[in-house]
Design a protein around this ligand. Structure first.
Ligand code: GRF
Length: 193
């Protein structure tokens, strides 16, 4: 018999900075019966992030924070997350580095998706770096967030083959498609589902 998680879905915030295609896949997933989470808040550091439009379609609350004065802003952010009873944070193309203090406050409750097979290619421009090194494979990783950039415990990875004529763009598209499948799977895994 299927167990319905129903009203007890874990309130989740998705942090974005841009397109929000992973946000979109997480929202879709959260609407399914098997999902243990509901996306109830979207946080962006960028008022022009396209993902905000998608969130609005689904009437999901959003908040934009200007991270320039980051200490102060992070306190406001923590208050917002608490007020909204957020128990899981999914970083999805969020381009800011969260402080040690913030990460400590939500220890074990922040996860991120990264477009490489970590621990290879932490940081930016992962696809070009993989191509420059003539890698045969690249992929994506969902991991817990700790104080070191892209270094927390790995939850799940998906490998993709790099073809001979692969470009940064073709590789990026191929990996992004896999990201959309991997993030929901990783969430099921952390809930032991
Ligand atoms: C993804 O490739 C993600 O892995 C990286 O930033 C990109 C965000 O894409 N961290 P989107 O905004 O989810 O479309």
């Amino acid at each position: 018999m299927a167990i319905s998680i129903g009203l007890n879905k874990v309130k989740t915030a998705v942090f974005i900075s841009g397109t929000g295609s992973n946000l979109k896949s997480l929202i879709k997933f959260s609407k399914t019966e098997k999902s243990p989470i509901s996306v109830s808040l979207i946080i962006s550091d960028n008022p022009k992030a396209k993902g905000l439009i998608y969130g609005k379609k689904f009437k999901i609350k959003n908040k934009v924070f200007k991270f320039e004065n980051s200490g102060l802003i992070e306190n406001q952010l923590i208050n917002t997350l608490k007020k909204n009873q957020i128990k899981l944070i999914c970083l999805a193309g969020f381009m800011r580095i969260l402080s040690r203090n913030f990460i400590k406050k939500f220890k074990g409750k922040i996860i991120n998706i990264h477009p490489s097979l970590l621990p290879k290619y932490k940081g930016l421009d992962t696809h070009q770096r993989a191509l420059d090194n003539n890698e045969k494979y690249s992929g994506c990783t969902v991991h817990f967030v700790n104080a070191k950039l892209d270094s927390g415990k790995i939850i799940l990875q998906k490998k993709v083959r790099i073809k001979k004529k692969e470009t940064k763009n073709s590789l990026g598209k191929k990996i992004l498609l896999q990201e959309h499948k991997l993030y929901p799977k990783a969430i099921l895994k952390i809930f032991n589902l």
